[in-house]
Design a protein around this ligand. Structure first.
Ligand SMILES: NC(=O)c1ccc[n+]([C@@H]2O[C@H](COP(=O)([O-])OP(=O)(O)OC[C@H]3O[C@@H](n4cnc5c(N)ncnc54)[C@H](OP(=O)(O)O)[C@@H]3O)[C@@H](O)[C@H]2O)c1
Length: 236
């Protein structure tokens, strides 16, 4: 039986790979993107169950408007992938050079934007629903080794705590929430070095691993809420 899926940041990178994974399963996919890409539009032409919407996660009104059609169509959302993210390469610096005001857009999208989409979708989350939040190892306090990139790391740590609070709120109705570090992606955000590094991963491979866990949540060990796409648990 087909299932219903939300993906944010669906136009490129990992988000587009998540969209393709679920379309190949025959699922109904609601794809949200701030600027709809030709790639996504073209893919939707041959996939009648793929619905695409413009949505700026940094704007509450934009999110609320974008989900109206999904809310009207669906009784329940089976998978919600909060994938959209922003990384400013200019923020890869120590505190003295950090432009805090310019960096806050990362917080606005990566943390508050994730929460906006969760809030919009919460009426449709029920027994068996899975919320997959694509955060990052850079939001792990226990594993932190960085001496730069303050605001990106803060935004991802904030997304992690939001995920845990959401889980506490929705667990009684049978909804699971899990955070993934998707690996160092060969994507625009991964940067030029990712394209040639043996330590990076393609967005298709990372998405396949993440979807594998989302469709078989029993393979996620009890008590694990934050993990790499490979299945390795991460400390908060
Ligand atoms: N790349 C990595 O190595 C890496 C590592 C760890 C974690 N992550 C996380 O993994 C996720 C996917 O990363 P990626 O590498 O696939 O990134 P990406 O290629 O840069 O794609 C990010 C997506 O988010 C969308 N987005 C940005 N701002 C938005 C907004 N205000 N409203 C709605 N959508 C917005 C982008 O849309 P536009 O293209 O229109 O801007 C794009 O589709 C992100 O959450 C990222 O933080 C990535």
């Amino acid at each position: 039986m087909d299932q219903s899926v939300i993906v944010t940041g669906a136009g490129r990178g990992l988000g587009f790979s998540l969209v393709k994974q679920h379309c190949q399963r025959g699922d109904r996919v609601y794809a949200y993107e701030v600027e709809i890409t030709d790639e996504l539009r073209e893919y939707a032409r041959t996939n009648a169950k793929l619905h695409i919407y413009q949505c700026d996660l940094a704007q509450t009104a934009s999110v609320e408007a974008a989900v109206v059609d999904m809310l009207a169509k669906e009784v329940k959302i089976d998978f919600l992938y909060n994938n959209a993210g922003v990384f400013h390469f200019s923020g890869r610096c120590g505190l003295a050079e950090t432009d805090i005001d310019a960096g806050l857009i990362m917080y606005e999208v990566n943390a508050a934007g994730l929460l906006r989409m969760c809030k919009a979708a919460i009426p449709k989350l029920g027994d068996g629903s899975i919320v997959v939040n694509i955060t990052s190892e850079s939001g792990s306090i226990g594993d932190c080794y960085r001496d730069c990139e303050y605001i990106y790391g803060m935004s991802k740590a904030a997304a992690n705590i939001a995920s845990m609070i959401l889980y506490n709120e929705v667990k009684e109705r049978g909804t699971r929430v899990i955070c993934f570090h998707p690996g160092w992606l060969r994507s625009p955000m991964g940067g030029e070095n990712a394209a040639v590094s043996p330590y990076s991963v393609s967005t298709d491979e990372s998405a396949a691993n993440i979807v594998g866990y989302a469709i078989n949540p029993d393979t996620i060990p009890e008590g694990v809420f934050f993990m790499e796409h490979t299945g390795k648990p991460l400390p908060w």
